[in-house]
Design a protein around this ligand. Structure first.
Ligand code: HPA
Ligand code: ZN
Length: 329
């Protein structure tokens, strides 16, 4: 349809995409073979068949198993380059990539290997495709505060030497691991001059969104879809222009909503919140960014103006320079 073509062709930013979640089953098996890693699945099809999630944790278990094939800088380069080609095809002009160093450090992969592999692919993406980007190091919230501090210490040289590595995030299991657990880590990151985002209000209550803002000084909220439980919070998000990086296909696959027609996106938009659309873990949730746009506009009564609003929100909420932003308008 004409609307679908416009949605796909709009220039947009992606602000919530875990690079380990862009590993397609075929690449997982190719890297397993290259590295001599044995997977607990006999075939690509058997792995894909395991992608029947009941909640966030059931996804995370398979996502960390998939990431276990990543060992060398070239592995991280190849994974990132595969995403770059999808991003360019979807008319993404700027992307901010999350990565989970702790899941790699635990397997003996130094954080420099992770950072250099991803950043070298992003350098090439900028040179060859004009795709600008940033990297955001995410702490795994199911691990301890002490482990997060140790990870930050091991990455301090990377923050100084890799210009596109600009901030930190917080991901993994929200239930039982509230923002307050990482208040001191985030305070240290703020003192270091790092940008801050946090997953909050995906499966957890609206209070986690408040705490991510007040205790972590998060500048954007990843997901945030449970904000609709709290009218005062909705007003605050709108007034303070706190962007939400919403991931529609993820929310349906992880059963945050029964189906796309039940998504809280229209209520967030009605409240004037700066919503953006994102793919989260595109290899696991059924599609890249344009597939998310199409699924939303297929299921919900939203028009072309809303498409442009969502894309404009993503460009405005990016951690990009004014010079970069000027190129997009
Ligand atoms: N939520 C929490 N942690 C994650 C996600 C998510 O959607 N994707 C990858 N790690
Ligand atoms: Zn996420």
């Amino acid at each position: 349809s004409p609307l679908a073509r416009k949605l796909c062709a709009m220039p947009k930013a992606e602000l919530h995409m875990h690079i380990e979640g862009s590993l397609e089953p075929e690449l997982i098996f190719a890297l397993a073979e290259r590295n001599g890693v044995t997977l607990p699945y006999p075939s690509v099809d058997a792995l894909r068949d395991a992608y029947a999630f009941t909640d966030l944790q059931s996804f995370l278990d398979i996502y960390y198993a998939g990431a276990s094939v990543l060992l060398t800088e070239q592995d991280f380069y190849d994974m990132t380059w595969a995403y770059v080609e999808r991003a360019v095809a979807d008319h993404i002009v700027h992307t901010e990539i999350f990565f989970d160093p702790q899941t790699h450090i635990a397997r003996g992969v130094p954080v420099e290997v992770v950072v250099n592999g991803i950043s070298r692919a992003l350098d090439d993406a900028e040179a060859r495709h004009g795709l600008s980007s940033r990297m955001i190091l995410c702490f795994l919230r199911h691990l301890s505060e002490e482990d997060a501090f140790a990870t930050l210490a091991s990455a301090e040289a990377c923050f100084k030497t890799v210009p596109r590595l600009i901030g930190v995030g917080l991901d993994s299991s929200e239930q039982g691991n509230p923002p307050e657990k990482f208040a001191r880590v985030f305070a240290r990151c703020e003192a270091l001059g790092l940008r801050r985002v946090a997953h909050a209000g995906e499966e957890g209550p609206a209070q986690n969104i408040r705490d991510a803002l007040d205790l972590l000084h998060a500048e954007r909220i990843d997901h945030g879809v449970t904000a609709i439980e709290d009218q005062a919070l909705l007003q605050r998000l709108a007034a303070e222009k706190i962007a939400l990086t919403v991931c529609p296909l993820s929310n349906v696959k992880l059963k945050v909503f029964d189906d796309m027609t039940a998504h809280s996106l229209p209520m967030l938009l009605d409240a004037g919140v700066a919503v953006t659309l994102n793919s989260d873990d595109p290899a696991y949730f059924g599609g890249y960014l344009n597939t998310n746009y199409l699924a939303v506009f297929e299921a919900l009564p939203l028009g072309e103006e809303t498409g442009y609003l969502l894309a404009r929100n993503s460009l405005e909420a990016a951690f990009a320079t004014d010079e970069e932003k000027a190129r997009w308008v």
